[in-house]
Write a protein that binds this ligand. Structure first.
Ligand code: BGC
Length: 756
């Protein structure tokens, strides 16, 4: 076999999640490095001049956000939006997404009010507006930063074509509990990868010119640590140490701030006893003083009134007061600021200066977006109409979908399917369009979706595809089993779509079970009894316990909710036209009882070491043989195989502040071309505080022909090894480190280095 050799050097891009934070003597210095579109003196002068002309009620009007008649998440509280706009008491709208409608509201705001201040139009454009990309958890499995940024760019342009100029995205909550339905909206469990994705999405939405008519304002959410809800129950308590908060949960928000995000949304949860929406620690200390954020903060939906059931506000007047002191600029849908800010000022509980500051930060963003120069710049309906579903958007959605799929099992080489084979396409999701969109799917239309059945018929030919649904996603209706079995008997191979309906993921969809509903397992068993090879396509918005499925199939691939181009993308990969590249960004456990489980856990004082015989008093479960998950973080197969060799630490001992260089060779050991995501993990062997057993610190994509090898070199910057030391100061410590290079977080090839 012909052998090629490549050498590539990758810099383990330092994620400056904590950058600039100086904690000498316990004092916090502002990071001062946040990219900014909004802090120039001219804009500030314009803001100040405007504030000087505004009444108190007009200022308060800029600090509220009401849903229009299009609600998606809850009741519409403000009935007469138009009148409120006309009065100058409503400066911002969300969920309005019809350009003509929005244009009329904007006209009222600029022509019929005293001050003529333009409106923001917000919307949850989370993984696409009309052309829907895979759910965000799926996109994260591509590890493709440019592709992810491009998905945001496409979404921004389609949002503008809908009259929207502000998206409530990216959602960057670190997610480590698959019971939580909102794991589908995030980028998984890892702070390093999550930070890169957060920055990529902000760049995609906002570009480098927020006032350009192809970019929209982004809103990073939900600040903070919403993903750490106890037991994965939505809106539940978060009680984590400040160290965990800062090291694990905060980095992606910080990365979004550094990328210049203009707005931040509060989270529903409390942290350490303080609801986020009333937390001056989060918004004044961390976000503004430490990170230098200079945009504005909006609450989550009615989060202000929720301060009452949380038990920190006696009534809504008190809730408004707490939020002002926490530095919250805008009340989403709560009617709390609208009703109470004037009273608080009149009673001297808050000052005019506080209102001016909070209102001024909103106005600054409106200036930064160029809305005062041209309030209709995002409302040019004709110019943008061509944007919806245009071929480049569809192509981008298809490409991202196929890159998001993760091949979990393929022991017999069942995939890819050979041309000419007769395929039984079975299961409740094979002919579903709605489920392919997942949650928060903007204005994505089910009738625009290519179902998996459509995709298979197109790619393999209608005559080669026999379809049978078999059963509904849940319940007891087994009447379709016989047809499914007959389809399999007629075919060479059975491809079965199993998993969870799209509506079982997203907000308020926490689950106590993470297995595939029993009726679908029974369907798989019935089809398997035909003796035909079985490929499972797992449709899901969260990691599942697939232990049973792994035992009862020949190949298995997670396809998430793939979006508008679902069928085309699935057919691309199943046929082998495109070889799978996805790598998991959330651990798939063996059982519910293992939760929470993530790759970067601590070692404990009594670690369990596999393969060392009977071990009793060690940190493990008594009733299960291993601590290992079913599929670890970073895992994903290709149609070829990759081998790793010749690990070398090029700089085994370096002084503090000097980069470390490590290299290994990756070889395509199979007989098909394939792309591997080479991953770099590091462990700080001895530190003043316990450190994770491994931490992702870099990755590199490498396309290799059969037999081809590449030497991959990583440079680990000193900043990559910094952490919160014993005294909560941020920095490096000398000592020994272990480093691994490989294809997932179980990588075995390792080396050692020392920092002096
Ligand atoms: C969600 C947010 C969303 C908001 C507006 C809330 O229920 O938590 O993520 O942006 O609604 O739709």
């Amino acid at each position: 076999m012909k052998r090629y050799f490549l050498t590539v050097v990758f810099i383990a891009a330092a994620v400056t999640a904590h950058g600039g934070l100086e904690t000498a003597g316990g004092g916090y210095a502002p990071a001062g490095e946040a990219a900014s579109f909004f802090s120039d003196a001219r804009t500030q002068n314009r803001v100040d001049s405007l504030l000087a002309l505004m009444t108190l009620d007009e200022k308060i009007g800029q600090m509220v956000l009401y849903t229009s008649h299009f609600t998606v998440t809850g009741p519409t509280l403000a009935k007469n939006v138009e009148q409120a706009i006309r009065n100058g008491t409503c400066g911002n709208i969300f969920n309005a997404h019809v350009p003509e409608y929005n244009r009329n509201l904007q006209r009222i705001a600029v022509e019929e009010t005293r001050m003529g201040i333009p409106l923001l139009f917000g919307y949850d454009v989370v993984h696409g507006m009309e052309t829907i990309f895979p759910i965000n958890l799926g996109m994260s499995c591509s590890w493709d930063m440019e592709g992810i940024a491009n998905s945001a760019r496409v979404a921004a342009r389609e949002a503008i074509a809908s009259g929207v100029n502000w998206t409530f995205s990216p959602m960057v909550d670190i997610t480590r509990d698959p019971r939580w339905g909102r794991v589908s909206e995030g980028s998984g469990e890892d702070p390093y990868l999550g930070s890169l994705i957060a920055a990529a999405m902000v760049r995609g939405y906002q570009g480098d010119d927020l006032s350009a008519d192809s970019t929209i304002l982004a809103c990073v959410k939900h600040f903070a640590a919403y993903g750490a809800a106890q037991a994965g129950r939505d809106y539940h308590t978060v009680d984590i140490s400040e160290r965990t908060l800062r090291e694990v949960y905060l980095p992606p928000y910080k990365a979004a701030v550094d990328a210049g995000v203009g707005t931040v949304m509060t989270s529903f949860n409390d942290i350490d006893g303080v609801p986020a929406t009333a937390s001056d620690f989060l918004f004044e200390q961390v976000l503004r003083r430490e990170w230098g954020f200079n945009g504005f903060v909006v609450t989550d939906y009615t989060a202000l009134s929720e301060l009452i059931p949380h038990g920190v506000a006696a009534d809504s007047l008190h809730a408004a007061e707490l939020a002002v002191y926490a530095g919250i600029n805008m009340d989403m849908e709560g009617d709390i600021y609208h009703k109470h800010l004037r009273t608080l000022v009149d009673h001297g509980r808050i000052t005019h200066q506080q209102i001016d500051r909070l209102c001024g930060e909103v106005l600054k963003i409106k200036f930064g977006m160029g809305l005062f120069d041209d309030p209709f710049r995002y409302l040019d309906t004709e110019a943008h109409k061509a944007e919806f579903y245009k071929p480049a958007n569809i192509a981008a959605a298809r490409d991202m979908a196929r890159k998001s799929f993760v091949l979990l099992e393929n022991g017999k080489g069942t995939l890819p399917l050979e041309d000419g084979k007769k395929i039984a396409l079975i299961g409740p999701f094979a002919d579903s369009r709605r489920d392919m969109l997942g949650s928060w799917s903007g204005q994505g239309k089910a009738d625009k979706v290519t179902s998996i059945l459509d995709g298979f018929r197109r790619r393999f030919g209608s005559g080669n595809v026999v379809y049978a649904a078999g059963c509904p996603p849940s319940g007891d209706d087994r009447s379709g089993f016989a047809e499914a079995v007959a389809a399999a008997q007629e075919a060479d191979v059975a491809v079965i779509t199993v998993g969870l309906p799209g509506q079982w993921s997203g907000e308020a969809t926490s689950l106590t079970s993470i297995t595939i509903p029993r009726i679908q397992q029974e369907l798989v068993r019935a089809v398997r009894e035909t003796g035909k090879e079985v490929v499972l396509l797992i449709v899901t918005g969260r990691p599942l316990d697939l232990s049973w499925e792994a035992e009862n199939s020949d190949a298995m691939m997670v396809v998430w909710y793939p979006g508008t181009e679902a069928g085309a993308a699935v057919a691309d990969v199943v046929s082998g036209d495109f070889a799978p590249v996805g790598k998991l960004t959330m651990t798939f456990p063996r059982s519910l009882g293992q939760l929470p489980i993530h790759y970067d856990m601590k070692n404990t004082g009594r670690p369990y070491t596999p393969g060392q015989g009977e071990q009793h008093y060690v940190s493990r479960y008594f009733d299960t043989p291993t601590n290992r998950p079913l599929y670890p973080f970073g895992y994903g197969l290709s149609y070829t195989t990759f081998g790793y060799s010749d690990m070398e630490v090029l700089t085994p001992s370096v002084g503090m502040g000097t980069p470390v260089r490590v290299a290994a060779t990756v070889t395509n050991t199979g007989d098909r071309p394939g792309e591997e995501t080479v991953q770099l993990y590091v462990r700080d062997d001895v530190a003043s505080v316990t450190r994770p057993v491994r931490m992702l610190k870099g990755f590199a994509k490498q396309m290799l022909a059969p037999g081809q090898s590449a030497r991959v070199e990583f440079i680990i910057a000193p900043g990559d090894l910094e952490f919160y030391r014993r005294d909560m100061s941020w920095g490096n410590e000398p000592g020994g480190f272990t480093v691994w290079i490989g294809g997932d977080s179980d990588a075995e090839l390792s080396g050692k280095f020392e920092i002096r």
